[in-house]
Ligand binder design. Structure first.
Ligand code: NAD
Ligand code: UDP
Length: 329
């Protein structure tokens, strides 16, 4: 019998790539999403497949899936700072109530569950690069706290289900990941810069651009997550690309890649924006025999080609997604 995997947040950026991966590997995929930040166009190519089914459902409500489930990947959550600032309570609920529901489902189905945690659990880190045993530096009441603390709670409740109920759990601490199907206007730096370059606008660097990030291409990320799910390791594992760059240098790379003549303009640094971020991936290398393979040059080229292929209408629809139909937070 084919293994059956439930993927929440399946219409989003990472969730949709995970659906592709598991279908390619011969699994049956049950995709679940309430479409708050995601889009059905990311998975519409899958609806014709016999091994694919989709539930339009908000995972903060009781989650029911008929039949057996072998694995659960809980990826539902707003993930861009602008998204979670606009829907803070939804963000807290999906990380807490949503995770609780999915752990309950995993227990009921005797399934193994992997949860999508984040480098944000390290906050604005005082340890560099970040190892999994660093406890982090998070402002609980700042604007990013709704996301960071939801993710920290998510890790705690997952470990509690593991220790108390003996549930098979996996925790991926995902660092900035990019690639095709990111939402053009989600505010994250890569779609923001590429969108600006394609529209002929100046690139907006926040602060002086000396803050750093380390960007992982989506194919590498998905492979790391897949290996983690199938491993027997239940403590958190950093999955990301350790190749660090400052945001200013990155903006210049984008101008070069897109052969754009625009300038860089500076805007205020958002509150609690982490000043440095780089994963230590020794644990992933040792336990999963995994490390990223795609260079930033290769990954950015594929990502740029994707954004270039969007219609003019999509490209110039520059406003942030309207969450008003989900306004009841
Ligand atoms: P995304 O916004 O593209 O996808 C999230 C998906 O979850 C969307 O399709 C959204 O509609 C869905 N969703 C949100 N709330 C829901 C709810 N209550 N019920 C059902 N569906 C809901 O974001 P992404 O970049 O694909 O991130 C996916 C996961 O990975 C998130 O949990 C995020 O925290 C984590 N993560 C991503 C990154 C990254 O760089 N992309 C980094 C760290 C962690
Ligand atoms: N950033 C920027 N200009 C933009 C969007 C983002 O300079 O138009 C910066 C942002 O301040 C942060 C970094 O790029 O330092 C990465 O931001 P993103 O929102 O992609 O993710 P984060 O890692 O902060 O969650």
């Amino acid at each position: 019998m084919k293994k059956r995997v439930l993927i929440t947040g399946a219409a989003g950026f990472l969730g949709s790539h995970l659906c592709d991966k598991f279908l390619e590997e011969g699994y049956q995929v049950v995709a679940m999403d309430n479409l708050i930040t995601g889009d059905l166009k990311n998975i519409e190519h899958l609806f014709k497949l016999e091994d694919f089914e989709f539930y339009h459902h908000d995972v903060t409500k009781f989650v029911h899936v008929p039949g057996h489930v072998d694995y659960i990947l809980h990826f539902a959550s707003p993930a861009s700072p602008i998204d979670y600032l606009k829907i803070p309570i939804q963000t807290l609920k999906v990380g807490s109530l949503g995770t609780h529901n999915l752990l309950g489902l995993a227990k009921e189905k005797n399934a193994r569950i992997l949860i999508a945690s984040t480098s944000e659990v390290y906050g604005d880190p005082l340890v560099h690069p970040q190892t999994e045993d660093y406890y982090g530096n998070v402002n609980t009441i700042g604007p990013r706290g709704v996301y960071d603390e939801a993710k920290r709670f998510q890790e705690s409740i997952t470990m509690a289900y593991h220790r108390f109920h003996g549930l098979e759990t996996r925790i991926a601490r995902i660092f900035n990941t990019y690639g095709p199907r990111m939402r053009l206007n989600d505010g994250r730096v890569i779609p923001a810069f590429i969108g600006q370059a394609l529209r002929g606008e100046d690139l907006t660097v926040f602060g002086d651009g000396s803050q750093t990030r380390s960007f992982c291409y989506v194919d590498d990320q998905v492979e790391g997550l897949y290996r983690l799910l199938l491993s027997d390791y239940s403590l958190p594992v950093n999955i990301g690309n350790p190749h660090e760059i400052s945001i200013l240098d990155f903006a210049n790379e984008i101008l070069k890649l897109t052969a754009s003549e625009q300038k860089i303009v500076y805007k205020e640094l958002p509150q609690d924006d982490p000043l440095q971020r780089q994963p230590d991936i020794s644990r992933a290398k040792e336990i999963l025999q995994w490390e990223p393979k795609v260079t930033r040059e290769q990954g950015m080229k594929k990502t740029f080609d994707y954004f270039k292929s969007l219609s003019k209408e999509e490209l110039f629809k520059s406003e942030h997604k309207d969450f008003s139909k989900h306004i009841r937070q």
